[in-house]
Design a protein around this ligand. Sequence first.
Ligand code: ADP
Ligand code: MG
Length: 597
Amino acid sequence: MARAGQVALVAFLLLLGAAPLTLGEFHVTLLNYIGLYSLVALGLVLLTGVGGLTSFGQAAFVGLGAYTTAFLTTAELPAALDGLGGSPWLALLVGLALTALVSAVLGWLTLRLSGHYLPLGTIAWGISLYFLFGSVDFLGGHTGITGIPVLEVFGFGLKDPRHYYYLIWLMLLGAIWLTRNLLDSREGRAIRALKGGTVMAEAMGVNTARSKVVIFVVAALFACVSGWLYAHLQRFVNPTPFGLHIGIEYLFMAVIGGAAHVWGAVVGASVITILKQWLQDLLPQIFGASGNFEVIVFGVMMILVLQRAREGLWPLLIRWLPQPAEGTPPVPIAAALPRRAVPAAGQVLLEVRDVVKKFGGLVANDRMNLQVAAGEILALIGPNGAGKSTMFNCISGVDGPTSGEIRFLGQRIDGLASRDIARRGMSRTFQHVRLLPTMSVLENVAIGAHLRGKGGVGAAGLHLERAEEARLLAEAARQIEHVGLAAQMFEQAGSLALGQQRIVEIARALAADPSLLLLDEPAAGLRFLEKQALADLLRRLKGEGIGILLVEHDMDFVMGLADRVVVMEFGEKIAEGLPEAVQSDPAVLDAYLGGVD
Ligand code: ADP
Ligand code: MG
């Protein structure tokens, strides 16, 4: 982080530390609630803002944390469970374990639902857990549980809201630190890649289903901690604060604060909590009657924010903070990552045999056959709609063939998931560029090196994987220099010209250390000199022993570059051979030019 940002952070922390010394009890309590809500909203920043998964059900996880500790610290437990009773800190561990289990199972079931089914699924389990709290006898039904003990920290009883204040905010700051660390890591890049659709992430070897469950569980754990703190602060619980409408309010907080930024959670929770307090006092005076008028005001506010500031309030706020000094960060340097064995020149890497791909009645690939060897560039050409991209998707596992066989390094790969194919050493680019526009070129390329690191979520959260992370970033930097984009390394990928973005995709594919590279129309949108530079790069890669399968439209580009050419039309192979021979093949001329004399 830049110097100015650090100054702002330190100032904020000092203010935070001094607040209870000067504020009255009412305001300290308000800040306590803001802290508790921020913790839940922080989970939603990770889940919704970063991961793009909407959940209305977070309040239920708050309830799980609250009820677990309420029950364990107050109930007469049966002898078998006796060891678990009494201690709030032990109850926290039990609550976290329970929440992890429940959220992992719920996540596994609901996160596979796409589109509007996912939010609906979260509403369903949010309601179910809420009614569970209210109807189970040993949880006190709708009256709830009273007599929850105060927390003790090293023998010191937290009897005052001021005491809780420091615990709540320390835990929140800890959670913010963990979240920031997680996002700034290999796992974090995988999580941030979820929003760009799963196809790209999977092609880079990310298990996207697992990443989704991970952020779902982390968000639920934050909510659980919030519920645990809440129960001991209030010293009683009932189902009301864990209902669906509160779940919606948490989502409000994350969205209004700025769902893609960790501090957005704190801003959102503050704004909503203070506004709610204020409106609850003010509105009944205006309308001369009591009622939940603030809900209506919130609804209007939500619409306004979505209209005027889609990214929430945090990006607006940060403009008022001291800005980081200009200047490029240093290029990451570290020891090179281990590489896979380079196949012998001429060894067959890829073999496509009689592959058929049908979309309903349309035969997009009809008994296609082709081979690519190490150190060879094979160009796959043909008019628009011939089926080239479909062939690519079959090979790379995005969408498996209807029938036929595909072998990579001698082994069948048709039917494998694209991340498993990537793991074997095949990497690709996309015809329609799939970069994460707001991430830097460096971070985008580092996603390509995903499978070359091992650092897990826990290590990332605690930043214990910095040595490996440095090597991954250094590898990304090396590939960026390799393709000639060193000057753009720290720019946002979305700000580059389309042609350059294609080159970034090549760097990302190379960061995986592939034996076979699949490039879908890499020269589209490039200027003449850029095309020449690209051709030079591909020749160099070929010289290093990589096999390249190149889909291209531009005949001239292919002719000077490819060792062999396969021509497709209407899903079928109509010609194959050396570039010069193919170029004068009547069938090819016919396909491209609609017939010549
Ligand atoms: P190319 O890359 O050679 O331009 P494509 O492989 O993209 O061609 O498309 C080949 C044919 O398959 C086209 O007629 C296209 O409309 C059709 N097609 C491609 N993808 C799908 C899909 N997911 N569903 C249905 N039809 C598709
Ligand atoms: Mg295509």
